[in-house]
Design a binder for this molecule. Structure first.
Ligand code: C2E
Ligand code: CA
Ligand code: CA
Ligand code: CA
Length: 278
């Protein structure tokens, strides 16, 4: 409210009006884009000491006027409007179909695919049935599907969360705790949840090895994960120095621009074919 006097009503502030207009336009665009199938998945390789072991599916919006938009531009709105439910289910379905396709080609047969699950999506009462039916319809191997949850999923109802995870794990589905280290009660969750992996948040990875606090936190996460027999994947690895630090302290899997940015499907498959031929 830069020029507004003390008594001006915020509602008539032109800046505020602009923000509201932008929001209404975004919501209406989102609604249309859903009908026009303007969403796509990109795939970011996840690597270990032997090469690519999988990918994370990351959503993009092919906007008719604004070009390819990252999730930061629209995911919050889809959560607020509820569009995240059909959108999240579409992501899951598209990912499972992709997994089934990959399993039939030698270059991609062994790949895992990680899918981000939003809190609202996970909290649907029929989430477990939905995942199972999507797996069955697509023919994807449940053991290749990894669901990435953030702590915000978990705070709703711990017992229900554990029950849902356990039911899906019985089918072979794996779970990762995303953005590990940024929340408040992570240690508690880590101990109680039937997790397979934790993903060290990129905000910590970014500052190693130079920042002493980040280095201490990353080392602590790696030690803790080891003692709890959890696998760890570090995200946002951009430099060889970061990777070397992680390797030295026992990390075994990585994701980040150092290896590859998220890629459109055709480029991801080229990337895999290229590696195979090396
Ligand atoms: P995330 O799950 O933490 O995903 C990692 C983000 O880090 C991705 O951003 C990825 O492009 C980015 N990234 C990867 N490597 C590097 C690196 O070396 N350096 C830096 N600076 N960044 C790197 P992206 O694709 O923009 O996605 C942002 C967030 O949007 C994701 O964070 C995730 O929370 C959410 N998201 C993405 N796809 C989906 C989806 O299908 N469903 C839901 N519910 N959320 C999604
Ligand atoms: Ca993720
Ligand atoms: Ca993450
Ligand atoms: Ca993140």
């Amino acid at each position: 409210a830069k020029a507004a006097g003390r008594n001006a009503m915020c509602f008539f502030d032109p800046d505020m009006q602009e923000v509201m207009n932008a929001r209404v336009i975004l919501e209406s665009d989102l609604h249309k884009s859903w009908e026009r199938n303007e969403f796509v998945l990109h795939y970011q390789p996840q690597v270990d000491g032997n090469g690519v072991v999988g990918a994370e599916a990351l959503i993009r919006w092919q906007h008719p006027r604004r070009g390819l938009l990252p999730p930061a531009e629209f995911i919050t709105q889809t959560e607020e409007t509820g569009l995240i439910l059909p959108l999240g289910n579409w992501v899951l379905e598209a990912a499972c179909i992709q997994l089934a396709t990959w399993s039939e080609r030698p270059e991609t047969a062994g790949l895992n695919l990680a899918v981000n699950v939003s809190p609202r999506q996970f909290c649907q009462p029929d989430f477990v049935e939905l995942v199972i039916s999507t797996l069955e319809r697509s023919g994807a191997d449940p053991h290749r599907l990894k669901l990435e949850l953030t702590e915000s999923v978990l705070v709703h109802n711990m017992d229900e969360t554990i029950a849902k995870m356990t039911a899906l794990k019985a089918k072979g589905v794996g779970f990762a705790l995303d953005d590990f280290g940024v929340g408040y009660s992570s240690l508690y969750y880590l101990k109680r949840l039937p997790l397979d992996w934790v993903k060290i948040d990129q905000s910590f990875v970014r500052d190693v090895p130079t920042d002493a606090n980040a280095a201490t936190i990353v080392r602590a996460i790696l030690l803790l994960a080891k003692s709890l027999e959890l696998a760890v994947i570090a995200e946002g690895v951009e430099t060889a120095a970061q990777r070397d630090f992680l390797v030295k302290h026992g990390c075994t899997a990585y994701q980040g621009y150092l290896f590859s940015p998220p890629l459109p499907l055709d480029q991801f498959e080229e990337f895999m074919a290229g590696r195979d031929g090396q």
